[in-house]
Write a protein that binds this ligand. Structure first.
Ligand code: FAD
Length: 174
């Protein structure tokens, strides 16, 4: 069934929920500019929050609306007759979003990053020498070790001991 509304962009504006309306949000990322801000100040309802935390709140809120679907895509053209043309990132790839919590001095972290790069797998690195990343690792994932690798909502602690599991999750072979 076609959605009643198609929204392009998943920044704060695009992620504004529409209760009772079936909606498709097409975006090349989640969070837009707000995700880049180490500190977001005076956002409605929040005096001070990191961009990542704010976007996680948006995302969790949006996830409670089953009629709102999200798809990762770059919209290249909008046609009044139908849905926008999209290309680039597919849902499957986007769902494999990988975040790795690291420390510069950790050999297993270095190995993990080398391996991911060699496999052409993009990842978001959060070095825990940044107190905000450390706090996120502690409070959101309840871990205090590096590397912690988060893929598809699954949390793996350590690279070498989890290599086989990681390959399975990412659908790659050695
Ligand atoms: C470093 C930084 C710090 C900030 N600090 C604050 C602050 O402290 N307080 C505050 O209130 N505001 C702050 N802002 C501003 C705030 O982030 C913006 O006002 C807000 O993000 C605007 O939201 P938006 O949804 O309108 O647009 P955007 O955030 O720009 O989102 C646009 C979305 O559309 C997507 N998109 C664009 N083109 C396409 C396409 N062709 N196909 C698919 N998707 C597409 C983008 O990927 C993105 O997801 C800050 C911004 C930055 C960069």
């Amino acid at each position: 069934m076609e959605p009643e509304v198609v929204v392009v962009g998943a920044g704060p504006a695009g992620m504004t929920t529409r209760a009772g309306v079936s909606c498709l949000v097409l975006s090349q990322d989640i969070g837009g500019q707000a995700a880049w801000g180490p500190e977001i100040q005076n956002y409605l309802g929040c005096r001070l929050i990191s961009g990542v935390e704010l976007i996680n709140k948006f995302y969790e809120h949006l996830s409670t609306f089953p009629a709102v679907k999200q798809e990762f895509a770059q919209v290249t053209r909008v046609d009044q007759e139908g849905l926008p043309d999209k290309e680039g990132i597919t849902m499957a790839q986007a769902e494999k979003k990988l975040t790795i919590f690291t420390l510069p001095t950790c050999p297993d972290c270095i190995q993990a990053k080398r391996w991911l790069t060699a496999k052409g797998i993009s990842f978001e690195e959060r070095s825990v020498d940044n107190p905000q990343h450390l706090e996120e690792l502690r409070t959101k994932y309840h871990r205090m070790a590096v590397p912690t690798i988060v893929v598809d909502g699954q949390v793996l602690v350590g690279f070498t001991n989890n290599r086989a599991k990681l390959m399975e999750l990412l659908g790659v072979s050695d």
